[in-house]
Design a protein around this ligand. Structure first.
Ligand SMILES: Nc1ncnc2c1ncn2[C@@H]1O[C@H](COP(=O)(O)OP(=O)(O)OP(=O)(O)O)[C@@H](O)[C@H]1O
Ligand SMILES: [Mg+2]
Length: 357
């Protein structure tokens, strides 16, 4: 497969490459997610690609970024290293993250923009990050020669992206079930009044599916296959009347040969039960902590779900039954945070109260 990607030495110093201050200034919103990175300007989404990178250890270069790197996941040889630079919603590998962001920005605006300076870079950050983690995230983006780098808490960005009027004295509950972290927040007056974050999220569900096949059928499957199983036949309703099935490919652990096995939505619903129950418990605990006036607002407005895993089959039905509240799932779960950041990029004055320094 042909991989068209810039090649540069490891440990790039982007600021060293950007000398031309007279060039056009751009502003970006960057949702640096555990699984997906989305880059937008004030108007439109420019890039949405998996948050991963493949490094060539021998040549000390970047081999692929984003979708191309995702295609190589679990298929690399010894000279190549596949890295997901974020874990649990925060950067775990700063060097790889910097190279990945550089690649994403290049994809967003073409090679020439490497010479550009940037006006504002606004990026999302999980709420339960420490000051040190936030400073490190800011420093990572400051390398890109931006005049200003601002952070916005991701549940707030998601709420803005879902067109909720968060500036009012009114409670809105947002649940973002992402790839590395689930964030549950009650937002009022442009701030977070109650919050809980859980490690239970998309990656944890994929691992549950992987372990299940190993335990139950002595069958090893890759994480990418586990994710496909979740996306294609994943469900949160064990008693579902309809059946959706798929063939799963993997390796028999006893005989060492490639095998296939059929699975369906009911079987996977049982596997995901533990994760979904943990998210439900997190929502209950957050509602318990919520002051009564805000709880009253949520009684009327309900719960707003976003993040890729909010698309799990049956989630709306299950949560309506469990919480007796209106459940809204964003039509574009994967882009809510990015849309919110894009709005802040377009109008930084209006969204100043939500920018974290
Ligand atoms: N149709 C679908 N059904 C269920 N899950 C899905 C679907 N499509 C994507 N996902 C899951 O959504 C997750 C990615 O969602 P998202 O892009 O919101 O996460 P992220 O922003 O990268 O992560 P985080 O917010 O934790 O940093 C992955 O776990 C993926 O498997
Ligand atoms: Mg996210």
């Amino acid at each position: 497969m042909e991989v068209t990607i810039f090649e540069h030495k490891a440990k790039p110093r982007l600021s060293d490459m950007v000398h031309f201050n007279f060039l056009r200034k751009k502003s970006f919103g960057i949702d640096l997610g555990n699984n997906n990175t989305l880059v937008s300007d004030g108007q439109k989404l420019l890039v949405a690609q998996p948050s991963c990178i493949v490094l060539d250890k021998v040549r000390d270069t970047v081999r692929a970024v984003g979708a191309d790197a995702y295609d190589m996941f679990e298929k690399t040889h010894h000279d190549l290293k596949h890295v997901k630079p974020l874990r649990g919603g925060v950067i775990a590998d700063y060097s790889s993250a910097t190279k990945m962001i550089a690649g994403m920005i290049q994809k967003a605006c073409g090679n020439k923009s490497f010479l550009d300076r940037y006006e504002n870079i606004i990026t999302g950050v999980p709420y339960n990050t420490t000051n040190v983690e936030r400073r490190a995230l800011k420093a990572t983006f400051e390398q890109f020669n931006a005049a200003n780098v601002h952070l916005v808490f991701e549940p707030i960005a998601a709420a803005i992206g879902m067109d909720l009027d968060i500036a009012q004295p009114e409670g809105h509950m947002v649940v973002d079930i992402g790839g590395g972290i689930t964030e549950i927040a009650v937002i009022s007056l442009s701030g977070i009044a109650c919050f809980q974050s859980l490690k239970v999220s998309g990656d944890a569900m994929d691992e549950e599916i992987q372990h299940y096949f190993r335990r139950t059928y002595n069958m090893a499957i890759g994480l990418r296959t586990a994710e496909q199983v979740k996306v294609n036949v994943g469900s949160v309703l064990e008693e579902s009347k309809t059946t959706r099935s798929m063939i799963v490919r993997g390796k028999d652990l006893l005989r060492g040969i490639p095998v296939t096995r059929q699975t369906d939505n009911r079987e996977i619903a049982a596997v995901l039960e533990k994760s979904v129950s943990a998210i439900e418990l997190g929502i209950v605990q957050t509602l318990e902590k919520c002051p009564p006036e805000l709880a009253g607002d949520i009684y009327n407005s309900g719960i707003y779900l976003t993040g890729g895993n909010a698309m799990l089959n049956g989630l709306k039905e299950r949560f309506e039954r469990k919480f007796h509240l209106p459940i809204h799932i964003d039509d574009n779960c994967l882009t809510s945070v990015s849309k919110g950041l894009a709005k802040a990029v377009a109008n930084p004055k209006k969204y100043k109260p939500v920018l974290v320094d």
